[in-house]
Design a protein around this ligand. Sequence first.
Ligand code: C5P
Length: 312
Amino acid sequence: MLAVVPTPVTVRAPAKVNLHLAVGDLRADGYHDLTTLFQSLSLIDEVTVAVADESRLEVRGEGAADVPTDESNLVWKAVRALAAHVGRDPDEPKLRISINKGIPVAGGMAGGSADAAATLVALAHLWRLEMGRDELATVAAEIGSDVPFVLQGGLALGTGRGEQLVPVLSRHTYHWVMALDAGGLSTPEVFRELDRLRVEGNPPRVGAVEPVLEALASGDPNQLALLLGNDLQAAAVSLRPGLRRTLRAGVNAGALAGIVSGSGPTCAFLCSDGDAAVRVAAELSGAGVCRTVRVAQGPVAGARVVTGEDAA
Ligand code: C5P
């Protein structure tokens, strides 16, 4: 019988925004090679994992009604992947998982990935696994391309599918306004749309990542604003043309720059400081171009235990 901690474990995991997202060609495995700069954001999902008589997933909070609770949810994929990695039965003991969502669903902010990363950290505690973060990251990469980053948090350069990470030193905090759309976008569909646009024509491509790293080192949001870029933006806007208006409205409201976050449809607006972000958020929410707005800052910590034994 394996030792089990009976106390439920709660883990918080952050959203992400890609400050720079260069999408390469379609690979034979259906993925695209990426060069991306991830920054974690202070929009947080909270996941509680407890031992229970029956397996069950409950979802509350932002967009909860749109989250599947069946086997397709990434938290169950995380349970299966970690159990397989350490050679134990994923169904014994049974688990009750509760997600409190602060990250928009299907919004291009890695909300599902954050839940999976949080589940991995919670299970490592609950099952008392002696696993380092690097080993957990290899399991995370099997679950999804963004899962290793939200596990790690902070600021990082991602290559490969986005799962190969090099941390980037960050001494500065950046202030954002996130404009949440009425619906979500499917990540595979957005990548497919980019492939289609590239066959038809020549959608814009972001430049090199080095100047973005230099801007980050300077800590000047004005410099960073000039260099924000996302190859998926053209595809997201093609599928959701109203995003053009949202992007314009954020800049008109006083943001330094706006980009589509990841595969969208959330738009991320970089602001000069926290006060400016509050002003931009107020004006943008009155402009009628998005469902709602959130103020966020980054980078923040990756997935970490907040309650239960050994909270750290
Ligand atoms: O890795 P993840 O399961 O989150 O990716 C979801 C989908 O996004 C993939 O099935 C693929 O269609 C697309 N994707 C991609 N290239 C990447 C990451 C994701 O084409 N580097």
